[in-house]
Design a protein around this ligand. Structure first.
Ligand code: 5RP
Length: 272
């Protein structure tokens, strides 16, 4: 692997433990002002120091993140359709490699929609982006999604991750599922997991713990962090599971129960 690609990857995946906590705030590229991400600057700022990297579009980067901040950037470079559009899978490459270089991106992220109407187009996007990335030493994160009617199970997720890796992705994002180790074992590059829709905090931490236990190299997590009522504690707890191998209980004890917490808050945390 090219020195530049390895060097950039080492900025987003800690070389000591080969794990990473990627804070995802790119949701607006097709969802618009998602709940608790209406003012991205306000959402991002208190979380930044606990993230290993930040995943977002160039528009939010330029307007909401201090260029002097040292956070490694995972630049989302695919899109072109919104939640109101014809089909979410109809994506194209939306940002040039020159802009990714100007931004000093540590990685470029692009979605592939395996089993969808526009599967071919999105796989073609990935191949082209990998060619561009290889030219300039910028790794590519393939964000895998499966078709609307396909189950998010090990069979389809393994297929999507493997296709992404075969086309040259350097890192793959998928969802946690039963038999997740089969997904990881069949993918020759590191696999990280998305958090998905907001869950009760304890469930999201269990998801993180199980994924790491079963071979994930980290998380690319958004809503389960910044839609929490305690986002700073949540990202610290996620981080402690990914990097310090804390259990779910230990992470809750360390970050949620150390400060005074009302019994109502605790109840919410354990049951939501
Ligand atoms: C949206 C994305 C998100 O960045 C990714 O799904 C992680 O966010 P969340 O944890 O909220 O699912 O790629 O397309």
């Amino acid at each position: 692997m090219d020195w530049g690609i390895k060097n950039r990857l080492s900025r987003i995946m800690n070389p000591q433990d080969r794990k990473g906590v990627m804070l995802a705030v790119d949701h607006g590229y097709f969802l618009g002002p998602t709940e608790r991400l209406e003012d991205p600057k306000k959402t991002i700022e208190p979380l930044l120091k606990y993230a290993d990297s930040l995943m977002l579009t160039r528009g939010i980067l330029r307007t909401c993140v201090d260029p002097e901040s040292n956070i490694p950037i995972v630049l989302r470079v695919s899109g072109g359709t919104s939640i109101l559009g014809e089909d979410l899978s109809k994506e194209t490459i939306t940002t040039s490699i020159e802009d990714a270089i100007r931004i000093n991106a540590s990685c470029m992220a692009l979605s592939i929609f395996v089993g969808s109407k526009y599967e071919h187009q999105t796989l073609n996007n990935l191949s082209k982006l990998v060619d561009e990335g290889e030219k300039y030493g910028i790794p590519v994160l393939a964000v895998t999604a499966v078709g609307k009617d396909m189950a998010r199970d090990a069979r389809y997720l393994a297929l999507s991750c493997r296709v992404a890796a075969e086309l040259g992705a350097h890192l793959v994002k998928t969802y946690y599922c039963e038999n997740f180790e089969k997904v990881v074992d069949a993918c020759p590059v590191p696999v990280i997991i998305a958090g998905g829709k907001k869950l009760p905090e304890k469930e999201a931490l269990s998801l993180t713990f199980n994924a790491i236990r079963d071979g994930a190299s980290g998380v690319d997590m958004g809503r389960n962090i910044w839609q929490s009522d305690r986002p700073v504690e949540m990202i610290q707890a996620v981080r402690s599971i990914v990097h310090d191998r804390l259990t779910v209980e230990q992470s809750i004890n360390s970050f949620f129960l150390t400060k005074s917490i009302t019994s109502n808050e605790l109840e919410t945390l354990n049951t939501r």
